[in-house]
Design a protein around this ligand. Structure first.
Ligand code: AMP
Ligand code: MG
Length: 499
């Protein structure tokens, strides 16, 4: 029996061809307990937060209860993992409960992650330890407040069961919300099977759900591809601007709706270094911070390749003409990325416009930051303070980070450049504070929250961190420890997928 205030589902993906998914009930678990719900997101989705936090809501998030209207499925996809082709992946530890129409009219997926085995689990148990669930909760919600398109955390529950990895760990299930879970790898799955009909119907579905303007274009699929490329360019520019390292940019982890997904081994860079890698399995640094734009471009090339059979809709279309369209679409990526990135750099530096001549100024700052091992986040934040220093005497990060003498000539050049700019110091600082957050989910803080929860079922560090990260742009000296980089003994050098 479902209570009257449970949410209303409106499922569209299950109405697609049966070969897009397998019906799959989540596993039931021993003793579900609530970790946290996201009240604001629940309300946006039209879910009554009281229902979500009630025994029925908790049972739903754990997989023990199916509300009326839920039609749980595991979706199928393929993907390139670290450059190697895998023809068959799929939701191996997740089920899509169903879709909800939010108050703003947007359709969202509600997925349970860590909900047991599916036909795509291969050797895995389909479960998730608590650590990766908390990590994803913290990271994706931080990204959302940092204005980065991302999947969201609706809630998390523990299962009362142990999950066995290299040790026994408490189990948990994560409630993930996304505009959809359709990936580059979903298209690749059907392309690899030369299933042109599936490619076409999946494209029609995507256009209808995410790219309505493309429906009106003379070539809808090409227009959709251009839109996807443009969204990825903006997304990766945002990642780069805050030092976010995804860590596992496989084609199955790139959503076509343009949201960041799969917070496995991801981490924020502290001292600036383009070669930074945290993931324990990224031995060759394929997904290093500085490689992310190039990898996104490579992934998009795999998408364009997958779409070739349906890309040219002209009556005289040939394989060559489709390849030419794909190439043209892909060639736009570097410029789209650069434009999106420079628009953010302009804000980070406090300029009202960014021209060719400003690029060397920016590059010189990066070189200095690398040389001085400066903390990427605090360096930009302190710069924002310098834009109007008198305004932030009582809430300054200068005790946490100060420019050393090697930065002096650069700071002079920057001030010189500002003279040409018409903004007032206050306007400039407001612009810079918005682009230069002070609180990011630093690895050692995430780790600290996970360890306390895992060892002592103590969620206070987790809850505090999630709360602090809700206002990433406003410094409060009482929260100083959340702004500090890791001390040498606190540094987390490696992160794990947690699979
Ligand atoms: P990821 O690295 O999280 O993108 O996962 C890659 C693939 O492995 C996906 O198809 C997952 O569903 C699957 N997978 C990861 N962990 C597990 C697990 N514990 N049990 C079953 N499948 C898993
Ligand atoms: Mg994945």
């Amino acid at each position: 029996m479902t209570s009257p205030n449970s949410p209303t589902f409106d499922n569209s993906y299950v109405k697609q061809a049966e070969r897009f998914y397998s019906p799959q009930e989540p596993a039931t678990v021993a003793t579900p307990k609530l970790v946290r719900i996201n009240t604001v997101l629940a309300e946006e989705l039209g879910i009554d937060p009281q229902w979500l936090a009630s025994p029925e809501g908790i049972a739903t998030m754990a997989g023990n209860h199916m509300p009326d209207g839920a039609e749980p499925i595991a979706t199928v996809y393929a993907g390139h993992q670290f450059g190697g082709w895998n023809p068959q992946l799929g939701d191996g530890r997740a089920v899509l409960l169903g879709e909800l129409i939010a108050k703003n009219g947007t359709r969202y997926d509600w997925q349970l992650k860590g909900s047991g085995r599916t036909p795509y689990s291969r050797g895995g148990d389909g479960k998730s330890p608590l650590g990766p669930v908390l990590r994803e909760y913290i990271l994706c919600e931080a990204m959302a407040t940092l204005n980065v398109p991302t999947t969201r955390a609706l809630g998390a529950v523990t299962t009362g069961e142990l999950v066995f990895r290299d040790q026994a760990l408490p189990g948990a299930v994560f409630s993930r919300v996304a505009q959809s879970h359709i990936r580059v790898g979903t298209m690749q799955y059907f392309a690899a099977r030369q299933d042109t009909e599936a490619l076409q119907s999946l494209s029609n579905y995507l256009i209808d759900r995410h790219f309505p303007d493309a429906a009106k274009a003379s070539n809808p699929v090409l227009t959709m591809l251009n839109d996807i490329i443009s969204r990825q360019a903006t997304l990766i520019a945002k990642w780069q601007s805050i030092g976010f390292i995804h860590g596992v940019m496989n084609t199955d982890n790139m959503l076509l709706c343009g949201e960041t997904i799969d917070y496995g081994p991801c981490a924020f860079m502290e001292n600036y270094d383009p070669a930074t890698v945290f993931s324990s399995i990224d031995h060759n640094g394929r997904y290093a911070y500085g490689n992310q734009p190039g990898i996104a471009h490579w992934n998009l090339a795999q998408l364009a390749q997958a779409l070739l059979a349906i890309l040219d809709n002209a009556p005289d279309a040939t394989e060559e003409s489709a390849i030419a369209l794909a190439q043209q679409a892909l060639d736009a990526f570097p410029e789209l990325f650069l434009k999106a990135y420079q628009a953010i750099i302009k804000d980070k530096l406090g300029l009202s416009s960014f021209s060719e001549q400003d690029d060397p100024l920016f590059q010189d700052l990066l070189t200095l930051m690398e040389q001085e091992k400066a903390d990427f986040t605090l360096c930009f934040r302190r710069l924002a303070e310098l834009a109007d220093e008198g305004a932030c005497i009582n809430n300054s990060v200068h005790e946490l980070f100060e420019f050393n003498g090697n930065f002096t000539p650069w700071l002079q050049q920057w001030r010189q450049r500002l003279i040409e700019d018409t903004q007032t110091p206050a306007q400039r600082q407001a612009q810079m504070f918005k682009a230069n957050p002070v609180f990011i989910p630093r690895n050692h803080l995430v780790q600290e929250a996970i360890v306390a929860a895992e060892r002592n079922s103590d969620f206070s560090a987790f809850n505090q961190l999630v709360d602090v990260l809700k206002t990433p742009h406003t410094f409060d000296p009482n929260k100083q420890r959340y702004a500090l980089p890791a001390k040498p003994n606190e540094r987390v050098l490696q992160t794990f997928c947690g699979t």
